[in-house]
Design a protein around this ligand. Sequence first.
Ligand SMILES: Cc1cc2nc3c(=O)[nH]c(=O)nc-3n(C[C@H](O)[C@H](O)[C@H](O)COP(=O)(O)O)c2cc1C
Length: 293
Amino acid sequence: MSKFKYPATEIITKRFSCRDYSLELVDAEKQEKLLAYIHDLPPAPFGSTPRFDLLAASKGDSKSLRGLGTYGFIKNPSAFILGAMPSGELAYDLEDYGYLMEMIILYATSLELGTCWLGGTFTKSRFAKKINLAANETMPAITAMGEYRDADQKRRGWTSKAAGSARRLPWDKFFFNIMLDTPLIRNEAGKYATALEMVRIAPSASNKQPCRVLKYKNFWRFYLRRTPGYKGDIIKKFLRLCDLQRVDMGIAMSHFELTAKELGLKGKWVVEDDLDKNPAALTEYIVSWERLN
Ligand SMILES: Cc1cc2nc3c(=O)[nH]c(=O)nc-3n(C[C@H](O)[C@H](O)[C@H](O)COP(=O)(O)O)c2cc1C
């Protein structure tokens, strides 16, 4: 069962990338709850077991995290969620990482904390020290966190639904029916329309929105449509950024599954081995949700 205080759809809709926090520290009770949630995370869909930790500024040391390697993009973060995992241990480790970190982010959102995924704009070495990154481990992305700066910002998530979704591609670019060139009409999604909408409004690195979902018989097939030039970008290689679009896929999966479960729609993640893994240019098959009711 979900441990969230509000319905998942409400939390997913409320979340936004918060880059300017209050000077207040993250409330001690919230820290405890977050740590308990991290300790008791649900299993990742592909079985990877990244480790996560909360790094929070403490009383008397409130400024300690402020200058910590976010290149000035994040103002006054008072906590971070850090994560690490063995590099390349499993084929779908980055998807799993995205899935689990997003679960933590949504839990933090339900505690009324602001969050922002950081996949590029953070200094890996400084955060690596904080989580004692081992030589065989990588830290694909982290999350900045803090109390909202003011009530307006707190409300922003609840009221900016339109703003968030307006910055997303329309339905017909995201969802397809039987063939990857045939858009899915909303009423063809049936009971899954809300789960798909939660995929559509999911965060993604640089808001590139690479997830595509295809309805095929009793499967919802998830594809990664790569942004041209994004993976191989020279600056990204220089910064040794991981394949963040695979992290985005895991985020989309978490939104879909949480919503489906909340709506009583039974299903499970399966990899259909006999599928064409590259059915179109820049398009990779990742996973399917098999409907069970
Ligand atoms: C994997 C990942 C990495 C991201 N990295 C950064 C980052 O380095 N710096 C930043 O300011 N935002 C980063 N973001 C936030 C995205 O820019 C943001 O999610 C997207 O623009 C959509 O906006 P929203 O989160 O407010 O809905 C990242 C998001 C994801 C999912």
